[in-house]
Design a protein around this ligand. Structure first.
Ligand code: UD1
Ligand code: CA
Length: 401
């Protein structure tokens, strides 16, 4: 059978975020919400991935390049209208279309795959992902008949008192038989409290056609969380971080205080490394084995080799060798390469410089635009003068100086 086409809805205004940045580009644990969703869809082995963009299309395109296709929803007329905008990407396809809201970064690829499986097994026209929530406020509620089939979804704003008591909610992730989807889209009307074309109406439309709609209840309800404001963004970030930390801990990394450790997606950490509280690792940082990261360090897009210790320091776009010590309070800036068995001590700043193996820069020093060889001892308070106000100059110091 053909792979599914994924349509990811990313055109909503995101009014509740109160931001100039499009909602789905807000970041959680190092990736935009949209990137989390696109990765989950890809991980579930979907084929073409279509992103419906509104405001901020350029930013979205800059981020994803030609890894996905784009369609534009020029006016925000609701989630149903958003899918209508993707119609030309779907005509003629007779497999399943997976529709996923771009604001649900906790959704995992395993869950998408399970949803597609449920669709195939139950032979449903549409299978939707749902969750049972203690507090379903704000979500569309799932209405079922005596047989357990889903008959309709009713939005919070349109629901009766009784319907609001339903705790099973719509996650905004659907696996729909494409030809039927295209038929139903034509029949959606903006007859509701918000005057929008609700995608959720396809459920009652399908029922009217005598088609069956099924629901797959997520094992972990949190995966269905949609982010509408920054309070929810913080909540999903916390969960994403916890997942990342758990993966590293299971791989043999000691994390002293997981609640206060911030490791973004895509970082690598070797066995027996120990991470103290208030350490931040960002942008694909690679940490070796037996590294000790003491409190208060931020390391971005850098690599730190085995056995090195970093204390209360900032390291950006740099490479640090083995068995080296950095800090406390060192600042290693972009394009720096520090060798093995070095010491970069307190109040030392290194910028765009190479520091050879075994060289010690123990205190109160600035080294910028320079090549320092091996085995050098740099005394306290050394300043490399690299700038005359107009030009930058490069300095070199030989081995064992
Ligand atoms: C939607 C569902 C609701 C579900 C909830 C789960 C509808 C009508 N309601 O409500 O049943 O419980 O998600 O989080 O679908 N979007 C567009 N264009 C638009 C409007 C929305 O692309 O014109 C996108 C948004 O970017 C977002 C998604 O569709 O990714 C959902 O929109 P949102 O406004 O967040 O819907 P909810 O009110 O949360
Ligand atoms: Ca939402």
């Amino acid at each position: 059978m053909d792979k599914c086409i994924a349509v990811i809805l990313a055109a909503g205004e995101g009014t509740r975020m109160k931001s100039k940045t499009p909602k789905v580009l807000h970041r959680a644990a190092g990736l935009s919400m949209l990137e989390w969703v696109v990765r989950a869809a890809r991980g579930a082995d979907t084929g073409k991935c279509v992103v419906v963009c509104g405001r901020g299309r350029n930013e979205i395109e800059n981020q994803f390049g030609d890894t996905v296709s784009y369609v534009e929803q020029a006016e925000r007329k609701g989630s149903g209208h958003a899918v209508m905008c993707a119609e030309k990407e779907l005509v003629g396809f007779d497999g399943y279309t997976l529709i996923i809201a771009g604001d649900m970064p906790l959704l995992r690829e395993e869950t998408i795959a399970a949803l597609v499986n449920a669709a195939k097994e139950g032979n449903y026209a549409c299978t939707m992902l749902t969750a049972k929530l203690d507090n379903p406020f704000g979500y569309g509620r799932i209405l079922r008949n005596e047989l357990g089939d889903v008959t309709a979804i009713v939005e919070e704003k349109d629901a009766t008192e009784e319907q609001r008591m339903v705790t099973e909610v719509n996650a905004s992730c659907y696996c729909v038989c494409t030809p039927l989807l295209l038929e139903c889209l034509k029949e959606i009307k903006p007859a509701n409290a918000q005057g929008e074309y609700y995608l959720t109406d396809i459920v009652s439309i399908l029922n009217g056609k005598g088609e069956k709609v099924g629901a797959y209840i997520a094992d972990d309800a949190c995966e269905c969380m949609g982010v509408n404001d920054r309070v929810q963004l913080a909540q999903v970030s916390e969960i994403l971080r916890a997942r990342i930390l758990e993966r590293h801990m299971k791989n043999g990394v000691t994390i002293i205080d997981p609640k206060n450790t911030y490791i973004d997606a895509d970082c690598t950490i070797g066995q027996d490394t120990v991470i103290y509280p208030n350490v931040t690792l960002e942008k694909g940082t690679v940490i070796g084995e037996n590294v000790t990261l003491y409190p208060g360090s931020r390391i971005e897009n850098s690599s730190i080799a085995d056995g090195t210790t970093v204390q209360n320091s900032v390291v950006l776009d740099a490479q640090i060798g083995r068995e080296t010590t950095v800090g406390p309070n060192a600042y290693v800036r972009p394009n720096s390469m520090i060798g093995d068995h070095c010491r970069i001590g307190d109040f030392v700043e290194i910028k765009n410089a190479n520091i050879g193996n075994g060289t010690k820069v123990s205190h109160l020093t600035y080294i910028g635009d320079a090549d320092f060889g091996e085995g050098i001892n740099v005394g306290c308070g050394v300043v490399v003068v690299n700038y005359d106000g107009k030009n930058k100059f490069r300095t070199s110091v030989g081995d064992n100086a």
